[in-house]
Design a protein. Structure first.
Lengths: 286, 339
């Protein structure tokens, strides 16, 4: 029981870090980026290649899993997404779906359609028990890392100069640029950072949630649920949504395996039917 | 209130805009003639016709209602499964099955329209996507009824109108699909040229002002969404009936994405976009999968990216843009008379 809760929390934390970049681009910048999962996939495959084929230690791979997707994200932001900020959601959706299809086919071409397995270092594979609760070291590792990332994210958004600039740029790009804020650069940095986080989470999660070419499509709905249910005005909203989703998914698969993913979609539709703006939206937010 | 003369003028304007022009007649006759001239590819034509119907149904809510749906495949798949199950367990007459499939899909459309119309774009994307995924999951889990991941096999359709059996070559199938497409298309065409259609355009272009002049926005959109769902269900039923097979793939996300691509290729908001897009999409699809059977998705994705970058407006209604340019270049001052 508690083990399931623990696994659910680990899964939820992972989902949060995966989706946090999307929470900013979709929620704050209002850019419907369905290709977010592709960056997570990039991080995952990069780690698999580095650690399995080139023998780089797993922990050393993680910084690369952050940096490379962030750079790819930056390149795509400059070349493609920047032109689409002012356009309709339909066009954003179409472009990003196109990117997802391209990413899926390209990964399939290079690595094949099969599931990729990550060989974790031995010390992360152990399990121990505290008071009858079985705890996998790797899951604990994920919770700690993702927890730290969450705190850092909250701190950056709420306490730093960059965070307040970002909020200003999002609220009113024209006034913000009039005040001497370089809006383009802020958006670029934010976007790249979000992609990096997704890549990192994709690397961390390769062992838990699996990694194959259809990853961006399979998990698109999960990211969107986190963002839509969690609302986008705070970091805590998506965090709670992600934890809820993670626990519900793990518990659902364990207790009522026949229902499968049904529970999650049902819960999401119910939440959005009652609160179209998300569970944690501030009333009066724009 | 309108006085009599302006009322007559308005009615005439509506009538003029909904008149079927000569090129349209030629196009439809050409499509019908294919069955005699080049019957070899009838199965492909039937696929195109059902995809076109699916795209036309999406155009109603996207091009006229302005609602972006990521899960239109929900209705498509539901229609297909309904038609297949109905033929298997009850009556195998295609026309009755078609009606039942449309009705069931319309019922789902009516229920989900309540959900979809709440909230902003993001919530809508989620809702439409969620409903289609949920139905796909349902079809997967109810394997005693739907055959689960193996698909629903062994559907034997009865003869069309009690006389024409569906043949392997697909000629009857194509004739059937094309007839249904034509009927649905001209009914939709009539609808969007009626005041109802104009009110939809008003809602799409400026919701606040549409409300301001007294249009009941939510009810109109709900009606359109329901109708669109019914038509998508009919399109799905056509696929199931002509192929005698329904599979989970019908609910898949890529179906919803494909039909969006179809509509974007052909252009939204004038109904013919669905047909033109379906033809281009299927031919492209056929060619690309002949060259790279596994990776044709990549080129589809690239097509989407390029279309968006070049500019949706420029590509949408390419023929309208072309004729506008022609009349501007050639007609000179006359162009101003054209509304």
């Amino acid at each position: 029981m508690l083990t399931i809760l623990f696994d659910g929390i680990a899964y939820g934390m992972l989902l949060f870090v995966l989706a946090s970049g999307l929470a900013v681009t979709l929620g704050l910048m209002n850019f419907a980026n369905l290709a977010h999962g592709a960056f997570a996939m990039a991080g995952g495959y990069l780690t698999v290649v580095l650690s399995n084929r080139l023998g780089v230690p797993f922990l050393l791979c993680l910084p690369f899993a952050f940096i490379v997707p962030a750079l790819i994200g930056a390149a795509i932001e400059i070349s493609l997404f920047r032109r689409l900020y002012g356009r309709s959601h339909l066009e954003q959706v179409l472009l990003t779906i196109g990117l997802v299809f391209m990413a899926v086919a390209a990964i399939d071409y290079v690595f094949g359609a099969q599931q990729q397995f990550l060989t974790l270092p031995a010390f992360l594979k152990e399990r121990f028990e505290i008071g009858g609760v079985g705890i996998g070291v790797y899951r604990l590792f994920i919770i700690v890392i993702c927890g730290l990332l969450t705190l850092a994210l909250q701190w950056i958004l709420a306490r730093t100069r960059f965070g307040s600039r970002l909020r200003a740029a999002v609220d009113d790009p024209r006034v913000a640029s009039g005040l001497g804020i370089n809006v383009n650069r802020i958006f670029l940095t934010t976007f790249a950072f979000g992609c990096g986080l997704a890549g990192l989470a994709g690397a961390l999660g390769a062992d838990i949630i699996g990694l194959d070419p259809t990853f961006p499509l399979k998990f698109m709905i999960y990211f969107l649920i986190v963002v839509a249910v969690g609302g986008t005005t705070t970091v805590t909203g998506p965090l709670f949504a992600a934890l809820l989703l993670g626990i519900a998914d793990v518990a659902g698969k364990y207790y009522v395996p026949k229902m499968g993913a049904f529970i999650i979609y049902g819960v999401m539709i119910a939440v959005l039917a009652i609160r179209p703006q998300g569970l944690f939206a501030r009333s009066g937010a724009k | 209130m309108l006085d009599t003369s302006s009322r007559i003028a308005a009615i005439q304007a509506f009538a003029r805009s909904s008149r079927v022009t000569a090129p349209e007649w030629i196009a439809w006759i050409a499509m019908a003639a294919l069955i005699v001239v080049l019957p070899k590819y009838s199965a492909l034509y039937a696929e195109i016709a059902s995809l076109a119907l699916f795209a036309v149904s999406l155009d109603l809510i996207l091009g006229y209602g302005g609602i972006v749906s990521l899960g239109h495949a929900a209705f498509f798949g539901l229609g297909a499964y309904t038609a297949a199950l109905f033929a298997k367990h009850f009556i195998n007459d295609p026309l009755i099955g078609l009606g039942v499939a449309g009705a069931v899909a319309a019922a789902l459309g009516l229920v989900t329209s309540l959900l979809v119309l709440r909230g902003a774009d993001l919530t809508r994307l989620m809702m439409t996507l969620g409903v289609s995924l949920m139905l796909g999951e349902l079809a997967n889990k109810l394997d005693w009824l739907t055959g689960g991941a193996d698909g629903l096999q062994g559907v034997a359709m009865g003869p069309l109108l009690g006389r024409f059996d569906f043949d392997l070559g697909g000629r009857v199938g194509y004739a059937y699909c094309l007839t249904v497409l034509a009927i649905v298309f001209f009914l939709s065409r009539r609808l969007v040229h009626a005041p109802f259609g104009y009110s939809l355009k008003a809602i799409r272009d400026n919701r606040l002002r549409a409300m301001g002049i007294g249009i009941d926005v939510n009810r109109r959109l709900a009606a359109t969404y329901t109708l669109s769902a019914a038509l998508a269900g009919v399109a799905g039923a056509l696929v199931a009936q002509t192929t005698g097979f329904a599979s989970l793939d019908l609910f898949d996300f890529h179906r919803s994405a494909d039909v969006l691509l179809v509509l974007v290729i052909g252009g939204t908001g004038y109904l013919y976009g669905g047909i033109i897009g379906a033809i281009v999409f299927k031919l492209m699809n056929d060619m690309l999968s002949a060259i790279t059977p596994q990776y044709w998705q990549f080129w589809m994705g690239l097509a989407l990216v390029v279309i968006v970058l070049i500019g949706h407006e420029r590509l949408a209604r390419p023929f309208a843009a072309l004729s506008a340019r022609l009349s501007r270049g050639g007609g000179g001052g006359n162009a101003r008379d054209v509304p």
